[in-house]
Design a protein around this ligand. Structure first.
Ligand code: SUD
Ligand code: ADP
Length: 289
């Protein structure tokens, strides 16, 4: 999945998906952002990004860039932010293979941005620490810090205060109901439940849920249908602000069975969870050679 050519300074990394195993919204701040508590885990499935350094300062992003204008692509934004911050005179060619559904709640854009910061920090020899990269990443989105820190974590604040934890690896079948859900639309909706009490004591002994789920089910009937269909196999949940839904298993076979039976109108994938982000694991392996 990962390749390198250190002599021409080119390498590929997987920008992994995340799942929110629960997502509680505690309050809305004066700046419009929401205080939340969420459990992030990484999947060993994601977009593939290939980075090459150039001797001129231009930054290009090509491949599956769909109709996102270059300067709005989070990959470009991340590269440009780092280049400006560290006064780098080199540029980069970045190729994207998009596997994660956009607006699916699996964090594809944020993961692409974080992976770009991690990769170019190395290729451009910026020598920023993970804490410094995390602060830069937060300028790009509330979800970016967890992908930079790279560890399964419970997040507080707007998603940037991270307490790393370890979980048993599990297998997931993740289903995209074919609908795009805008994070901003959900967080600005008057009917969003935003008054869940903060967790106290051991989170594993408490009732956990996704506070966005009821609203998204109401707004997107296909999400409701997906959650219902998945219930035949296991308790189903939605990730982030949707629209992807998932079920958890101990074995690959159980997850594969759900994917095999998936109605044609939906798409999906199976993946196992990883306590460490696959992008971090791959980057460490590349530079230990
Ligand atoms: C809800 C979560 C949960 O993991 O995931 P997604 O469903 O988007 O993947 C994230 O917090 C999304 O993070 P991210 O997608 O990076 O958010 P941003 O770009 O910073 O913000 C997108 C929109 O969501 C709102 N937002 C985001 C995070 C937060 N804690 N409170 C908010 O109100 C922002 O006000 C903005 O209008
Ligand atoms: N490289 C990128 N990959 C995905 N989305 C991107 C990217 N760059 C910018 N975006 C924008 O960010 C939005 C949210 O993307 P994404 O992270 O996939 O969703 P979610 O936060 O629901 O997981 C997209 O609708 C798209 O307009």
């Amino acid at each position: 999945m990962t390749s390198t050519d250190t002599t021409s300074r080119t390498f590929s990394l997987i920008a992994p998906a995340k799942l929110n195993l629960f997502l509680h919204i505690n309050s809305r701040r004066d700046d419009g952002y929401h205080e939340l508590e969420t459990l992030f885990t990484f999947l060993d499935f994601g977009d593939e990004l290939t980075f090459s350094v150039t001797h001129t300062p231009s930054i290009t992003v090509f491949g599956d860039v769909a109709d996102i204008p270059l300067q709005e692509n989070l990959i470009y934004k991340a590269a440009y932010l780092l280049q400006q911050h560290c006064h780098i005179s080199q540029g980069a060619h970045i190729h994207l293979v998009k596997r994660l559904p956009m607006g699916g709640g699996v964090g594809g854009g944020s993961s692409d941005a974080a992976t770009t910061l991690l990769a170019l920090n190395t290729l451009w020899q910026c020598h920023l620490s993970l804490s410094q990269l995390t602060l830069l990443g937060l300028q790009l989105g509330a979800d970016v810090p967890v992908f930079i820190q790279g560890h399964t974590a419970i997040a507080h604040g707007i998603g940037e205060q991270l307490s790393p934890i370890s979980l048993q690896p599990k297998w997931y079948c993740v289903v995209h109901p074919g609908e795009h859900v805008s994070t901003a639309d959900i967080f600005t909706h008057p009917d969003l439940k935003r008054d869940t009490a903060k967790l106290e004591g051991n989170w594993q002994q408490q009732e956990l849920r996704n506070d966005c789920e009821a609203l998204v089910k109401k707004l997107c009937p296909e999400v409701e249908k997906t959650l219902q269909w998945l219930l035949k196999y296991a308790p189903s949940k939605m990730t982030g602000t949707g629209s992807c839904c998932f079920v958890e298993f101990s074995t690959q076979q159980e997850a594969q069975r759900v994917l095999t039976n998936l109605p044609e109108k939906w798409s999906g994938f199976i993946a196992s969870s990883a306590t460490l982000s696959p992008a971090h694991t791959a980057l460490a392996a590349l530079f230990e050679q």
